[in-house]
Each structure stands twice: as structure tokens, then as C-alpha cells.
Design a protein around this ligand. Structure first.
Ligand code: 5GP
Ligand code: ZN
Length: 137
């Protein structure tokens, strides 16, 4: 896509600090990292978010996450990694080309990605699961 910065990176029209490439995927460092080593993994073929992706690349994505995640651990010495993927503005998506964040984590690093909420009752929780099961068939 012409006006997509991640497509431009894939096509070599914009620079990036590339760390991994395969036929279907590309990974490069995030320009504004949560932690140094914060890496973005993208499908080379443009799609906006998880709702537009061809699930057939799923195995490639997981394999790349494993390989890249291990490299991030080896290089940064991090003791954990968050894999985060935002869909839509309200979920924090700023770049409309599907991407997974691999974020190195360290004990006491102070990042608090989300608070834990709760259901008012088990009935409310079970009703939510029931609604989802109905839609999922
Ligand atoms: P999102 O909020 O869409 O999940 O994440 C987009 C990420 O892309 C942000 O963490 C941001 O720092 C990163 N980013 C935005 N523009 C560029 C760029 O031109 N190059 C690189 N390497 N990262 C970018
Ligand atoms: Zn794109």
C-alpha cells in the first residue's frame, strides 16, 4: 500500500533496523522502544489488523516469535518478553499494518501493561462466555 510506512519499510523505501527476514515476514526494531530491543514483527503482505490476515501465516509467525524472542533474551538479558498486538485506535493501534510487538521485560522495570478487573459475579462471567460460544458456533 502506497501510504503505509511498514509497506515502505518492507519495500526498502524507508530505512529500518532489520533483525529478521523470511519470505513472508520482516522484523525490525521499534523506533520508540518500550525497552531497548523492542522489536516489531510484520507480515510482508499488507493487511490492516488481525481481522484481515491470512491465518495460513500463523505457523510462520509463531516460529519467528520463538526465534526472535530467544535472540532478544540472549542479547538484552531480559527475563521475560511481552508479545502485544493492537487492533484499532481504541486498542492503541497507530500504524495500520498488522504487527506484533516483542517487548523485553526485566524484574522491576515498572511497565504495567494492564490493570486486572473483575466480573460482578460468576453468573455475569458465565453469561459472557455463553454469548461468545453462541457467536463462535
Ligand atoms: P501500534 O501502536 O500501532 O501497535 O505500534 C506502532 C509502533 O510502530 C510504535 O511502537 C511506534 O514506535 C512504531 N513506529 C512508528 N513509526 C515507525 C517507523 O517509521 N519505524 C519504526 N521502526 N517504528 C515505527
Ligand atoms: Zn502496509
Amino acid at each position: 500500500m502506497d501510504d503505509c510506512i511498514f509497506c515502505m519499510i518492507t519495500e526498502g523505501k524507508l530505512p529500518s533496523s532489520k533483525v529478521f527476514e523470511s519470505d513472508t515476514l520482516l522484523a525490525f526494531l521499534d523506533l520508540n522502544p518500550c525497552q531497548k530491543g523492542h522489536t516489531l514483527l510484520i507480515p510482508k503482505k499488507h493487511c490492516k489488523d488481525i481481522f484481515g490476515v491470512d491465518p495460513a501465516i500463523g505457523a510462520d509467525v509463531l516460529a519467528a516469535m520463538k526465534t526472535i524472542g530467544q535472540a532478544i533474551k540472549d542479547v538484552t538479558g531480559c527475563t521475560g518478553i511481552n508479545v502485544v498486538q493492537n487492533n484499532g485506535r481504541d486498542a492503541g493501534q497507530m500504524v495500520d499494518h498488522l504487527h506484533w510487538h516483542l517487548i523485553p521485560r526485566f524484574a522491576g522495570d515498572g511497565l504495567d501493561l494492564w490493570p486486572q478487573g473483575k466480573y460482578d459475579s460468576m453468573d455475569e462471567m458465565n453469561a459472557m462466555a455463553e454469548k461468545l460460544r453462541k457467536v463462535l458456533g
